[in-house]
Write a protein that binds this ligand. Structure first.
Ligand code: ZN
Length: 380
């Protein structure tokens, strides 16, 4: 049976469609997009809200969900990292799985249909195997000592193969410029060639100091971890300019970008996506990126929630609201594009996600009042 849906507004993937747009739906699939003129008025169902594609959360760490509320706000990235190292194994595997399951359900309830998820462990695997959400797993590798690159890479490959053998989509990804050697990045990128990669980029000013050869708290972190880094000589350039030439994946999702500068943005190519996680930035550093630098990058910005270790929820509407309330650079339309279509392109899933082609049960119904976006329901 055909259904004819109109709404207050319908967002396709890059823009709001004309007011008189009607979605013709058959077996929950959008068959055609037409106008009210072509449909008899008594057949039209009116949806009291904004219809959008389901959200794509381009950056999360579901395996850290048990750290919700365990780390203080505004302590800065280096202290935050120490806390993660100390607390991530505080709970039993069973408890970690329970929290991961809850995070997965929370994201689904919040209208998220696909996630780019960072994995340092196999802890999230059982949840993902039964999830209604699509996951792209970024198997994250860490190691600044170039001598250990081969070993670290081989360890990462084991986890990568475990995800693949469990029917999961996965690629390798370096953690951050200050924690991954160029040798390790080269090995990762050789493996990734035609695929996707991601990296935490310029999340703290300490990263910039570290690469410029100035006094940096990154050195304190290595002292704290008892890892001597005498082998590291600062390249005296920005971290991004140092590592990006070695990235050759088809899509590179740079996450955070809080201390990215205009020369960094100009240095990048079309393969780069800029993922913003504003609530996590406020939680950890109490600082946001200079969004103005990205105003010409409308087709390559996307949105992430980061983990519950650095966020109060996993909610794309809340991330969009934070950006809208702190900056006038992006319109609601552009941020919806970032949260749907751009994220889908970045994760190479735009055939199935990120637009209003496809199954309407993955669509959201939103309300936008007083500069505040809210999920009202999922479309049924
Ligand atoms: Zn992260």
């Amino acid at each position: 049976m055909l259904r004819f849906l109109s709404a207050k507004q319908i967002f396709n993937q890059t823009k709001f469609l004309e007011q008189d747009t009607v979605l013709v739906v058959e077996f929950d699939k959008v068959k055609e997009i037409t106008t009210k003129n072509d449909v008899s008025i008594d057949k039209i169902e009116f949806i009291d809200g904004i219809i959008t594609p389901g959200f794509v959360n381009t950056h999360c760490h579901t395996e850290l969900s048990h750290l919700k509320g365990k780390i203080n706000t505004h302590i800065g990235l280096i202290e935050f990292a120490k806390n993660i190292v100390n607390k991530r194994n505080d709970l039993s595997l069973n408890e970690i799985e329970t929290h991961t399951q809850a995070a997965d359900e929370l994201m689904f309830k919040n209208g998220i249909v696909a996630v780019g998820d960072i994995c340092n462990t196999n802890h999230s695997l059982p949840v993902k195997k039964n999830s209604k959400i699509y996951y792209h797993n970024f198997i994250e590798l860490i190691g600044l000592n170039p001598k250990h690159a081969e070993h670290n890479f081989n360890e990462g490959l084991k986890l990568y193969n475990l995800f693949l053998s469990n029917g999961q989509k996965a690629t390798l990804a370096p953690h951050a410029p200050y924690s991954t050697s160029l040798q390790l990045i080269k090995l990762i990128e050789k493996q990734n060639a035609l695929n996707i990669s991601t990296i935490h980029n310029q999340e703290s000013i300490e990263e910039t100091y570290f690469f410029e050869g100035e006094k940096s708290k990154v050195n304190d972190l290595y002292d704290y971890l008892n890892i001597p880094i005498t082998f590291f000589s600062p390249p005296k350039t920005s971290s991004l300019k140092n590592y990006l030439p070695y990235f050759n994946s088809k899509k590179n999702i740079l996450v955070h970008n809080t201390f990215t500068e205009i020369t960094d943005v100009e240095f990048t190519n079309d393969f780069v996506f800029w993922c913003f996680c504003p609530n996590a930035n406020l939680y950890i550093e109490n600082c946001l990126p200079n969004y103005k630098l990205f105003q010409n990058k409308i087709n390559s910005i996307c949105i992430g929630t980061d983990s519950l270790a650095s966020n109060f929820s996993l909610d794309i509407c809340s991330e969009i609201n934070t950006i809208l309330n702190h900056s006038t650079v992006f319109t609601l339309e552009q941020l919806l594009q970032a949260a749907t279509y751009n994220g889908a392109v970045a994760l190479q899933i735009d055939d199935n996600f990120g637009s209003i082609k496809g199954n309407i049960t993955s669509f959201n119904v939103l309300e936008f009042k007083n500069n505040n976006l809210k999920l009202v329901s999922k479309l049924k």
